[in-house]
Design a protein around this ligand. Structure first.
Ligand SMILES: [Zn+2]
Length: 245
C-alpha cells in the first residue's frame, strides 16, 4: 500500500445535497460518462482497466521496469495474472472510516488499485510523495510500487513476515526502477541515513514516516547487497511483525 504523507481523510457523500441536486442534473445536458477501457501491455500476466490514456502508458512503463527487475534480474515469478485498475479515488477500510490512498494491492482478488494521474487530488497543495509534488515519473513509480507488492506476494516463502518487510521491498523496487534523474531528485530530499541495523526496519517507522522509510529501505538494500536482502526477506529471515501486546 502507498499512502500520501499525513493524509487520513474521511469521505461521506452528503445524501441530502445529492437528493436536492439530482433532479436538476437529470434535466440538464449531462456529460457522457467516460468509458472504461481494457488493455494488457502485451503480456497475459496483466490486465489494465483505465479511462485516461496516460494511465495506460504509466501502467505499461511500470510493468516493463518491474518485470525486468523482479522477474528478470531477481528471477522471481508471477503465478497468475494481476488486474490493474485506475480510478479517481482509491479507498480502504470500513465504511465509517475510509482512508484515501494513492494505491493498494488486494491479495484475495489480485487487483492493484491506483489513483489516476487525472485525479485533481494528486495535485492539491501539500500532496507530496518523497517530499516532491506528484508528476508523471512519480506516478509511474507509484504503479511500480504496487505491482511489486503483487509479484512479491507470489514469492514469499513464509506466510507473513510482517508488513514492513513487504513495504521495504516494494519501496526498493519503486526507487530502483525510477528514471535515474528522478531517483537522484528523490534521494536528495532525504539527507537522513539508511537503517543502521535490521532492527530499525519496523512497522512503526513505516506507519509514521512511510516515504522516509522507503528511501531508507532503498539505501539499506543497496548497502547490504541486492541478492542478500531479497533472499533474507523472501525466505522469512527477517520478521517485522509487531510484538504481541
Ligand atoms: Zn506498499
Amino acid at each position: 500500500m502507498l499512502v500520501p504523507a499525513a493524509s487520513r481523510t474521511v469521505s461521506r457523500p452528503c445524501l441530502t445535497a445529492l437528493a436536492f441536486l439530482l433532479p436538476f442534473l437529470a434535466g440538464a445536458a449531462m456529460a457522457q460518462p467516460v468509458k472504461q477501457r481494457l488493455a494488457d501491455c502485451g503480456t497475459p500476466l496483466l490486465l489494465v482497466r483505465y479511462t485516461h490514456p496516460p494511465d495506460l502508458d504509466h501502467a505499461c512503463e511500470a510493468w516493463s521496469r518491474v518485470s525486468a527487475f523482479l522477474l528478470g534480474e531477481h528471477r522471481l515469478r508471477l503465478d497468475a495474472p494481476v488486474e490493474l485498475v485506475f480510478s479517481e479515488r482509491v479507498e480502504l477500510g470500513p465504511e465509517t472510516d475510509r482512508l484515501r490512498v494513492l494505491g493498494h494491492f488486494e491479495r484475495a482478488t489480485r487487483i492493484v488499485q491506483i489513483t489516476s494521474i487525472a485525479a485533481s487530488w494528486l495535485r492539491e497543495p501539500g500532496r507530496l510523495m518523497f517530499r516532491l509534488p506528484m508528476d508523471e515519473e512519480l506516478h509511474v513509480s507509484l504503479v511500480a510500487h504496487e505491482l511489486a507488492h503483487a509479484i512479491l506476494f507470489d514469492n514469499f516463502r513464509v506466510a507473513e513476515p510482517g508488513r514492513a518487510c513487504g513495504e521495504y521491498l516494494a519501496y526498493v523496487v519503486q526507487i530502483a526502477t525510477m528514471a535515474p534523474h528522478a531517483r537522484v531528485q528523490v534521494l536528495a530530499q532525504y539527507p537522513e541515513r539508511d537503517f543502521a541495523t535490521l532492527d530499525d526496519i519496523t512497522e512503526i517507522f513505516h506507519v509514521f514516516f512511510p516515504h522516509e522509510f522507503g528511501v531508507r529501505s532503498y539505501r539499506h538494500f543497496v548497502r547490504e547487497g541486492h541478492a542478500y536482502m531479497m533472499e533474507l526477506i523472501l525466505s522469512g529471515g527477517l520478521q517485522t511483525d509487531l510484538p504481541p501486546m
